[in-house]
Write a protein that binds this ligand. Structure first.
Ligand SMILES: O=C(O)CCC(=O)C(=O)O
Length: 276
C-alpha cells in the first residue's frame, strides 16, 4: 500500500468514496490556483467542453496536478499501478453563480468496461457544504448502473448535456465531501454524486481526474486516447496522449482540439441510457 490503509480500501469497497485525503499543502494548492487564474487572464474562461476539459493536454499546471504522486499513490492502491487518465475536468464554480451538478454516475457517460474508473477531485480552494462541495450517496456504487436522461431547463447545470439520473435519490442519505485546498476525494465510477450551488463569497475550484487501469477499454468503435501517468500499458486499448510543453502552445491547442473532437464524437456511439 502506497497511500491508503487497509481500512480505507475496505471503506472504498463498501462506501464507494474516500474523503478527505491530502495531496499537497495549502501553499502548494495556492500556487496552482495562481497559475489557473493566470491562465484565465491570459487565455479566457476555462469552460467545460473547451479548455476546461482534458486540460492536462493544454496546461503544464494541470499536467503536474494530474501526476501528483500522493494522488497517484492512492489511486494505485485501488486499481493497480498501470494508470491512464481517461478524461479530466476543471470544475470551477463562481461565488454565488448558481452552478450545480445534478445526481449522476460517471460510468453512465464513459462507456468503459470493466467499470473500474476512479475520479480524484482535488480542491484548489475551500470546497465546503456552503461553497457547494461534491456530495455522494454512500454504497450507491453497489447498485449497478442507472438510466440517465437530459434535464431540460435545469438552470446552471455544469454537466455539458445536463444529464441526471432517472432513479429517485434519497438526499437524506447524502454525505458531503468538504475539502481544504490541497485535499482530494476519490469516488467510484458508479457512485451517485452531485453538488449544490456555491453560496460562499469565494470561487470553488476543483480538478476532477478520471483515472482508469490500462486494462479498461472503451466499448464503442472509436479508438480513443488516454494519458499514461504511471506504470506500463500492456493492453494497447488507447493511443497515448502527449504532455504539454508549455501553457496553451499552438501545437497543444491543435492537438487538444483533435483529441476533443474524437472524444466527444465517441459519445454518439453510446446508447441513450449512456448518452452524455
Ligand atoms: O465538481 C462538482 O461539483 C461535481 C464533480 C463531479 O461530478 C465529478 O467529479 O464527477
Amino acid at each position: 500500500m502506497k497511500h491508503l490503509t487497509e481500512a480505507q480500501v475496505e471503506a472504498w469497497r463498501t462506501q464507494g468514496f474516500l474523503s478527505p485525503l491530502t495531496a499537497m499543502s495549502e501553499a502548494e494548492a495556492r500556487g496552482f490556483r495562481d497559475r489557473l487564474e493566470a491562465s484565465e487572464r491570459a487565455f479566457g474562461p476555462l469552460k467545460i467542453g473547451g479548455m476546461g476539459s482534458k486540460s492536462h493536454l493544454l496546461f503544464t499546471w494541470v499536467d503536474e496536478i494530474a501526476r501528483h504522486p500522493r494522488v497517484l499513490d492512492a489511486v494505485e492502491d485501488l486499481i493497480g499501478g498501470d494508470i491512464l487518465i481517461y478524461t479530466l475536468t476543471l470544475w470551477l464554480k463562481g461565488a454565488k453563480d448558481g452552478a450545480f451538478v445534478d445526481w449522476h454516475q460517471d460510468a453512465s457517460y464513459f462507456g468503459l468496461e470493466p467499470k473500474e474508473q476512479v475520479t480524484a477531485w482535488i480542491a484548489l480552494s475551500e470546497s465546503s457544504a456552503e461553497s457547494g462541495c461534491v456530495r455522494v450517496i454512500p454504497g450507491s456504487h453497489l447498485s449497478g448502473g442507472f438510466r440517465h436522461s437530459i434535464r431540460e431547463g435545469a438552470g446552471n447545470h455544469m454537466l455539458p448535456r445536463r444529464q441526471a439520473i432517472d432513479t429517485h435519490v434519497d438526499e437524506s442519505k447524502a454525505v458531503q465531501m468538504p475539502l481544504k485546498p490541497g485535499q482530494f476525494s476519490l469516488h467510484h465510477t458508479l457512485a451517485i454524486h452531485g453538488s449544490e450551488p456555491n453560496l460562499s463569497d469565494d470561487r470553488r475550484l476543483g480538478v476532477g481526474i478520471s483515472y482508469i487501469p490500462t486494462r479498461c477499454r472503451f466499448t464503442g468503435k472509436t479508438r480513443l486516447t488516454g494519458m499514461l501517468v504511471r506504470g506500463t500499458d500492456r493492453y494497447d486499448h488507447f493511443d497515448h496522449e502527449r504532455r504539454p510543453q508549455g501553457d496553451r502552445t499552438p501545437e497543444a491547442v491543435e492537438y487538444h482540439a483533435a483529441v476533443m473532437k474524437n472524444y466527444f464524437g465517441s459519445k454518439k456511439e453510446l446508447s441513450l441510457a449512456d448518452a452524455e
